[in-house]
Design a protein. Structure first.
Lengths: 180, 276
């Protein structure tokens, strides 16, 4: 009787461990899905080469900028822009969100990745210009009702500047691929 | 490729393919009846009641931001949409970044000047544009150099002048120009020399007027370190330059060596004997 209980107990423990493993895997996968994938190519940047640490922090902070932008545009919360946006980019997206609130609209972005190319890094290290080939799905909702959706493949000119502990997006401008 | 929430639609919407920032446009629609028009752009998300089949005017101030716009028309038969690009207007503004704002004289390629080319609505202008950089140093002829912007950026590196004082750096495009001032200060001390004289409590050690190698006086507040070494050990006193010189009183009993340094520069050495 005792041996049977021990056997069932062990089996239960084994199943519980496997179940927790599966749950943990899915939770991680879900978190990864939300985090934009950003690949940085800094091979042709000039005049200053990108430092190793900067080459890691720029794509990380750019991904976080897109993540917070998507959250801000979806929830219409301008405060979410504070973390990774500054200057004109922050001003424009704040204006967009205020405009969305006024119109009762929301925008949802599902990120499908960014190919980021550094084109200019100033000699003093105080500004970096990048080109982003971005892919995302965009949905516009009016009062929760979907009015528009589209898969977008767009190119952006990006200006980033260093902040106290991160790189901030200062300008994000979609360009016309045909006539840059 | 573009899709809308309700695909079966009789209404249609058409926008001009290419638009320049700050220009008003008319969006053509077809169909009939009450409809809702949406305009979504980089800094706008507007909604208005319209009649399907009418031409919808979009004001110039709604199209000042370059980028991607979406126009959606929702009528009783569903929603239809079009997207279009707003391109930057002509370049006529600059953001001018100069670094650093203070620099020692004679620093080779020490000044970085970066001009970011914009239109009147602050949009980046990626089309190549001629940017003129100029340097207007005090009592010297202005010097200028032209650079063509690439992806809205033009830049130069400059060597600071031999003489201290403010230098104006300018960048211009068309009628727009921006000026920044860089303060050029004396470089590190050069030929640092000290002399000693007896006073009541020991010795007064004093530098000659401290200059850099170009003869510019090193600014007051720059720290000079005096070090006294004797049989007992070493004592260092840091003193800021005041009125061009640094001085310190040192009570010295026996024989001692006194050295002087400022930053990475060392000066002469004195041997003194106290109590004699």
């Amino acid at each position: 009787m005792k041996a049977t209980a021990l056997r069932y107990g062990s089996l239960l423990l084994l199943f519980a461990t496997a179940f927790m493993g599966v749950v943990a895997y899915h939770l991680r996968a879900s978190a990864d899905d939300d985090f934009p994938r950003v690949q940085l190519n800094a091979d042709d940047v000039s005049p200053r080469p990108i430092e190793d640490l900067t080459a890691k922090s720029v794509p990380r902070d750019y991904a976080l900028a897109w993540q917070t932008l998507a959250q801000a545009l979806s929830s219409n919360k301008t405060g979410l822009l504070d973390g990774y946006f500054t200057g004109l980019a922050k001003q424009d997206f704040t204006q967009r969100i205020n405009s969305q609130i006024k119109s009762g609209l929301q925008t949802r972005y599902t990120d499908r990745g960014h190919k980021l190319e550094a084109v200019f890094y100033s000699p003093a290290g105080d500004v970096m210009e990048l080109r982003d080939n971005a892919q995302f799905d965009m949905q516009v909702l009016d009062g929760g009702k979907l009015i528009y959706e589209e898969p977008v493949n767009a190119q952006f000119m990006v200006l980033m500047t260093p902040g106290a502990d991160r790189w901030l997006v200062r300008q994000l401008q979609a360009t016309n691929r045909e006539k840059p | 490729m573009l899709s809308v929430a309700l695909s079966a639609s009789a209404s249609e919407i058409h926008a001009p393919a290419q638009i320049t920032a700050g220009n008003a446009i008319t969006i053509q629609t077809s169909g009939s009846g009450d409809a809702t028009f949406y305009l979504i752009g980089p800094a706008i998300a507007s909604k208005s009641k319209v009649q399907a089949g009418s031409n919808i005017p979009v004001d110039s101030d709604q199209l000042e931001h370059a980028g991607r716009y979406v126009a959606v028309l929702c009528a009783s038969d569903g929603c239809t949409a079009t997207n279009f690009s707003v391109n930057p207007a002509a370049a006529n503004r600059l953001s001018f970044l100069v670094h650093p704002s203070r620099i020692p004289v004679g620093s080779a390629q020490g000044i970085s000047a970066v001009a970011i080319v914009r239109d009147s609505f602050q949009n980046l202008v990626p089309k190549p544009e001629a940017v003129t950089f100029s340097v207007m140093a005090k009592d010297e002829k202005p010097v200028s150099a032209a650079r063509t912007s690439e992806s809205a950026v033009a830049w130069v590196r400059l060597t600071s002048a031999k003489k201290e004082g403010p230098t104006k750096l300018g960048a211009s495009i068309g009628h727009a120009d921006e000026i920044r001032v860089v303060q050029q200060v004396a470089a590190d001390a050069c030929n640092l020399r000290i002399k000693a004289s007896r006073d009541k409590r020991g010795f007064l050690i004093e530098t000659d007027p401290v200059h850099d190698c170009s003869g510019n006086p090193v600014p007051d507040g720059t720290v000079v370190s005096f070090t006294e070494s004797d049989d007992v050990g070493k004592t260092t006193v840091d003193v800021p330059i005041k009125r061009g010189v640094a001085k310190v009183e040192m009570p010295i009993a026996g024989r001692a060596k006194i050295t002087v340094a400022s930053g990475v520069v060392t000066g002469n050495e004195l041997e003194v004997a106290g109590g004699q």
